[in-house]
Design a protein around this ligand. Structure first.
Ligand SMILES: NC(=O)c1ccc[n+]([C@@H]2O[C@H](COP(=O)([O-])OP(=O)(O)OC[C@H]3O[C@@H](n4cnc5c(N)ncnc54)[C@H](O)[C@@H]3O)[C@@H](O)[C@H]2O)c1
Ligand SMILES: CC(C)[C@H](C(=O)O)[C@@H](O)C(=O)O
Ligand SMILES: [Mg+2]
Length: 367
């Protein structure tokens, strides 16, 4: 079996705790299934800043570019609140996304049957939920120039961020959303704020044109992003695929996380365009949650988002669809058995820490 190079960036806070569970899984897959993964660890975020004064080194950046896939934990924390903006922990993640051109961020929000009763929303609202947020990841206000604070000289300062989208960026992300919708319920909802933003007007126009030219078989709706947030909480099952920009996608996916029971449940895949020759995509897989400084080091973090991100890696980077399905099935089965980390704990269930949850999922996966 061909060697599969994985570059692991556990990061800060609960990142390494969640990644440790995936490392165990990878070792077990190599040993029991001969999966042929070769892994190497690197530094990103605050730990990278502590080691060499940058949120990711050029050497680790090169390794990320060369790997078949990157697995990323989480970055950030109060320890680095005062470091210069350019080298803050989050800058490492943003550099990875930009330099690897990972423009398509897939954030599925699935409510596992066993968790339907433990959501903060009514059971009938979330039961059976299966939606996919397709977030544009390399453009918009995250990267637009100018981005600065200027001194106005009158005791006032001005903070400036710039929202920029070009036609090709909207075209390619909406293409990803339409393609994925065809493999699901064939329905895309595009979200922007065309009522106040010029970039929203263009977004709406380009999505509509792309739909008309290439994907008229898919049902397309448009929704203002603020109303979209409201509808996500009111009746999320009206959605199949949501396509939206970088900032709205960040916020809407955190909202969607709570539909699944906890932000500790939401995985993501960040994908580049297929290479013209090899057809391979650059890819990074990461949980949607952050470094959770409030629970870091306590052994109670939910590793499911990280493990489910690895399932996405198996599916999208290695075509190991059967293994990905089995891993997702193992997560569902362990939840059916009543095991819960603290964030998803409810009455009558068995509370376990990060390691026991990881062990239980691996044992189910290996059958
Ligand atoms: N991809 C990333 O690396 C990423 C994503 C989001 C935030 N961050 C960074 O993380 C730091 C903390 O951010 P925040 O507190 O806003 O968001 P967070 O996602 O880290 O935490 C929000 C809340 O959710 C809980 N939580 C998160 N993940 C959990 C898990 N797996 N299991 C159980 N509970 C979990 C936390 O304990 C906390 O109460 C900041 O520095 C932020 O910039 C990083
Ligand atoms: C950590 C931060 C840069 C990141 C983002 O804003 O994209 C995070 O919130 C996410 O959702 O991946
Ligand atoms: Mg976020």
């Amino acid at each position: 079996m061909a060697t599969k190079h994985l570059f692991l960036l556990p990061g800060d806070g609960i990142g390494p705790e969640a990644m440790a569970e995936v490392k165990k899984l990878i070792s077990a897959m190599n040993e029991k299934l001969g999966s042929g993964f070769v892994t190497e660890d690197g530094l990103v975020g605050g730990c990278a800043y502590d080691a060499h004064g940058a949120a990711i080194s050029d050497a680790d950046m090169a390794k990320a570019m060369a790997a078949d896939a990157v697995l990323f934990g989480a970055v950030g924390g109060p320890k680095w609140d005062a470091v210069p903006y350019e080298v803050r922990p989050e800058a490492g993640l943003l550099r990875l996304r930009k330099d690897m051109e990972l423009f398509a961020n897939l954030r599925p929000a699935i409510c596992y049957p066993a968790l339907a009763a433990s959501s903060s929303l009514k059971q009938e609202v979330v039961e059976g939920l299966d939606i996919l947020i397709v977030r544009e990841l390399t453009g918009g206000v995250y990267f637009g120039e100018p981005k600065q604070i200027i001194d106005l000289g009158n005791g006032q300062k001005r903070g400036i961020d710039t929202q920029v989208y070009d036609t090709f960026e909207i075209e390619r992300i909406s293409g990803v959303a339409f393609e994925l919708a065809r493999t699901r319920k064939n329905h895309v909802t595009s979200m922007e704020k065309r009522n106040v933003m010029k970039s929203g007007v263009l977004w709406n126009e380009v999505v509509t044109q792309t739909h008309k030219a290439r994907y008229s078989d898919v049902k397309l709706d448009h929704m203002l992003a603020d109303a979209g947030g409201m509808q996500l909480v009111r009746w999320p099952k009206q959605f199949d695929v949501i396509v939206t920009d970088n900032l709205f996608g960040d916020m809407l996916s955190d909202i969607a996380a709570m539909l699944t029971g906890s932000i500790g449940m939401l995985p993501s895949a960040s994908l580049g365009a297929p290479d013209a020759k090899t057809k391979k995509r650059k890819a990074l897989y990461e949980p949607v949650h952050g470094s959770a400084p409030d629970i870091a080091g306590k052994g109670i973090a939910n590793p499911i988002a990280m493990i489910a991100s690895f399932a996405m890696c198996l599916r999208y980077s290695f075509g190991m669809v059967a293994e990905a399905d089995r891993l997702e099935g193992a997560i569902a089965a362990v939840l059916d058995d009543g095991l819960r980390t603290k964030d998803i704990m409810s009455e009558g269930m068995t509370e376990v820490g990060t390691v026991r949850m990881g062990d239980a999922i691996i044992a189910k996966f290996l059958g």
